[in-house]
Design a protein around this ligand. Structure first.
Ligand SMILES: [Ca+2]
Length: 222
């Protein structure tokens, strides 16, 4: 499978249910009539640092930021859950390294967000990736570690660690297990100094790789 739909450079959520017009308006009433098959919906985008990601569970549930432009944003767990009820979706994740600005991306099939209050994330196997993305589970690493996990924030601990991953790891919400090897809602990377899993980072089995930007997108495939 090749991927020509391209991450990071792509524009905002302009196309889901494009025929119904403005997406921002459309999001107020996502329903089963939404049958756009090739649309991509941006789930998370970060790189401008124009908004904070250290937020409450309720904010992660509702979503925040710039849905229709190019600014940083989080779609909202409630919207993800509603959208994934219909059809099959692929999750595309792309990120840029802080150190060399290299772009890495991968796609996982059967992305699904379960209902509140846990909003567990499930997904199938990786179906496409850039050559420079490793997803090994050796020594942890990759997204596989998060499969099936509930969403946690600093004010709602639903992770399986004895402490609170979100509170310890930079304040942003995520589908933590005993924390995470992929974490894009953490602290902004401002230097090469690695600080556990607190910064925007991806652990590929060989070590933490700090990120300067990220984008997660859900793409309807069926
Ligand atoms: Ca915990």
């Amino acid at each position: 499978m090749t991927s020509t739909r391209y991450p990071i450079a792509s524009s905002g959520n302009s196309s889901i249910c494009a025929s119904s017009g403005n997406l921002c308006r459309r999001f107020k009433s996502i329903d089963h009539t939404c049958n756009e098959r090739t649309a991509g919906v941006t789930v998370q985008r970060r790189g401008r640092y124009d908004i904070e990601f250290n937020r409450t569970f309720s904010e992660y549930e509702k979503g925040f930021g710039d849905f229709c432009g190019e600014g940083d944003m989080w779609l909202g767990l409630d919207r993800m859950q509603k959208l994934t009820q219909y059809g099959r979706w692929t999750l595309q994740i792309s990120m840029r390294n802080f150190s060399d600005n290299a772009l890495l991306w991968g796609e996982w099939e059967d992305f699904f967000i379960h209902p509140a209050p846990f909003y567990n994330i499930t997904f199938g196997k990786m179906v496409a990736r850039s050559q420079n993305l490793r997803n090994t589970t050796d020594n942890g690493g990759g997204l596989d570690y998060n499969r099936g996990r509930a969403f946690s924030t600093h004010d709602r601990d639903q992770d399986e660690w004895s402490g609170n991953c979100a509170a310890s790891d930079g304040g942003g919400g995520w589908w933590f297990y005993r924390c995470s090897y992929m974490y894009f809602n953490g602290n902004r990377t401002i230097s090469d100094r690695i600080d556990g899993g607190k910064q925007m980072s991806y652990q590929d089995g060989s070590g933490w790789i700090l990120k300067s930007s990220s984008q997660m997108k859900m793409i309807r495939v069926d």
